[in-house]
Design a protein around this ligand. Structure first.
Ligand code: ADP
Ligand code: ZN
Ligand code: MG
Length: 510
């Protein structure tokens, strides 16, 4: 979809977006109400027991670690923690739900009333119209609640059109996922653009990964984001009719689906039509949303308190003991990187946007020394990131280790190799996983900084090019770059550029 359509629409209409984000607590050893393991994949229906299969008479026992993880997440996004809370039964029939009800939370969730401040780049498509001109702004998104529930099983539709029950010949169900602890976070309708929604989801993901309770993989479905969106004319105060979009399995899909939906709704209103409240499905291939079900089919879940479990009564001291376990969160880590390593905000943001990246950086600094914090950051943000992107691999999968980056930066700093040679060493390091010093040694790449050796080459180059020397002396001083090139060619790129420049200028009398 053309960027300009969204920008044009957002000049007249204000988009209102609220997200519902489900996170499987994949780091826990066992399911929500039974002892079955929590693991992605596996032979279908091998990680099941009477409780997660919904056998009559099986009794649920709440997973304490899951409750703690949810409270930890609530504290990380500034929520109030309820001292009195409870599980409810949410009734509905669907084949992936063996009990015909899901144990969830209703009016007494563990966490409520939080917020997250999100930094957003104000590019032309995504900025709030009244913010135009700002490079970046911070917006506060309210967190309505976080509650805990159990995940459903997984349907596999065989034959017919993929992913849709209609047209499928048969549907199979795998209960391995059933009963996995699932945390649901609901935001206030405070989000105004697809970019803000993406930033919120990315920041929340980073926080939850930092808490160590989930791997938050959108591809594998351990983090699932539903987007509720409506539009209203700018200046209008009541909310428009919303649609809810499902099935977005990347941050880009979240952004694009919301953008599509905003334009679709605005077009309808422009045409004098009304938006219907419905659930829509994002089709990544076709880049459009389509209707899944409308409000007429909406469920009445008949919530009632789960009779097999007593309510939770937390003490202030217990909540405090969870708060004491909060690790350093991404914002605080970024501030610390800026203060400790004297980094620009941009560099610190990139380095703390990924836990593995941040750990790598600190390990590299520990070896390279604080004086090289900036150069280590440069190598990581430019060369290392480019390499990871190009290879489509994670930090852990790369052959590059912190000690290698530290050593490489040291070699350049000490003048042993040039910046250009460092690029070549980096490329080879990526391939072979060898230490930079070994590569430099094996390739005879040592930079020549010895003035005597350089002078000899400069003399020869000047003697061989009398016309250029004459032009230079007549004032065409830009020729110095050409001379540097000649000298470097003679030296097979191993001359120290600073020394070569200096010797040339001395000899040419520049
Ligand atoms: P529902 O009853 O359909 O589940 P909720 O009131 O529970 O709706 O809200 C679900 C999500 O939708 C929340 O994230 C909320 O912020 C968002 N939301 C509610 N109303 C609107 C609206 N008119 N436009 C956009 N988002 C909305
Ligand atoms: Zn089980
Ligand atoms: Mg709701």
């Amino acid at each position: 979809m053309a960027k300009d359509r969204l920008t044009e629409v957002l000049e007249r209409y204000e988009a209102v977006i609220g997200l519902e984000i489900h996170t499987e607590l994949t780091s826990l050893n066992s399911k929500m109400f039974c002892g079955c393991p929590v693991e992605f994949g596996g032979e279908p229906n091998t990680r099941v027991c009477p409780v997660c299969l919904g056998m009559p008479g099986a009794l649920p026992v709440p997973n304490e670690a899951a409750v703690e993880a949810t409270v930890l997440a609530g504290l990380a996004v500034n929520c109030d923690i309820a001292l009195w809370s409870q599980f409810h039964r949410k009734q509905y029939f669907y084949p992936d739900m063996p009990k015909d009800y899901q144990i969830s939370q209703y009016d007494l969730p563990f966490c409520s009333g939080g917020y997250l401040d999100v930094e957003v780049e104000g590019d032309a498509v995504c900025e709030r119209v009244d913010r135009s001109g700002d490079d970046e702004y911070t917006t506060r998104i309210g967190v309505t609640r976080i509650h805990l529930e159990e995940d459903t099983g997984k349907m596999v539709h065989v034959g017919g059109s993929e992913g849709r029950i209609a047209g499928a010949e048969k549907s199979l169900v795998d209960f391995n996922r059933a009963g996995t602890p699932l945390m649901e976070l609901v935001t206030e309708p405070d989000i105004r653009t697809p970019e803000e929604a993406r930033r919120f989801a990315q920041k929340l993901r980073l926080i939850i990964v930092t808490l160590g309770v989930s791997d938050c993989s959108m591809e594998e479905g351990s983090m699932r984001v539903d987007g509720n969106v409506s539009v209203r004319l700018r200046g209008q105060t009541e909310l428009g009719t919303k649609s809810e979009i499902k099935n977005m399995n990347s941050f880009k899909a979240l952004h694009d689906a919301l953008a599509f939906e905003i334009v679709r709704q605005a077009d309808m209103l422009d045409a004098g039509e009304q938006v219907v409240q419905e659930t829509r499905h994002w089709d990544v291939g076709a880049k459009r949303t389509s209707s899944l079900r409308s409000k007429e089919e909406a469920h009445d879940y008949r919530y009632f308190p789960e009779p097999d479990m007593v309510p939770f009564a937390f003490t202030e001291q217990w909540v405090q003991s969870i708060a004491d376990r909060l690790p350093e969160l991404p914002d605080a880590m970024r501030e610390r990187f800026m203060a400790t390593w004297d980094l620009q905000k941009y560099d610190a943001t990139v380095l703390t946007s990924d836990l593995a990246m941040a750990e790598f950086y600190e390990a590299a600094i520990a070896q390279a020394g604080a004086g090289r914090a900036k150069t280590v950051a440069n190598v990581m943000i430019n060369d290392l990131s480019a390499h990871l992107n190009a290879a489509g691999i994670t930090m852990d999968e790369s052959a590059v280790k912190p000690a290698m980056v530290a050593e490489l930066v040291g070699l350049v700093d000490d003048g042993a190799i040039s910046g250009k040679q460092a690029k070549a060493v980096f490329s080879e390091m990526v391939e072979t996983g060898e230490m930079p010093s070994a590569i430099v040694e094996a390739r005879g790449m040592k930079q020549v900084s010895d003035t005597g050796a350089i002078e000899a080459v400069v003399d020869a180059v000047l003697a061989a090019n009398p016309d250029e020397v004459a032009s230079y002396k007549e004032g065409k001083t830009s020729l110095v770059g050409w001379f540097v090139g000649q000298v470097m060619r003679e030296m097979r790129g191993q001359g120290n550029p600073q020394v070569v420049n200096q010797v040339l200028k001395d000899k040419l009398g520049g």
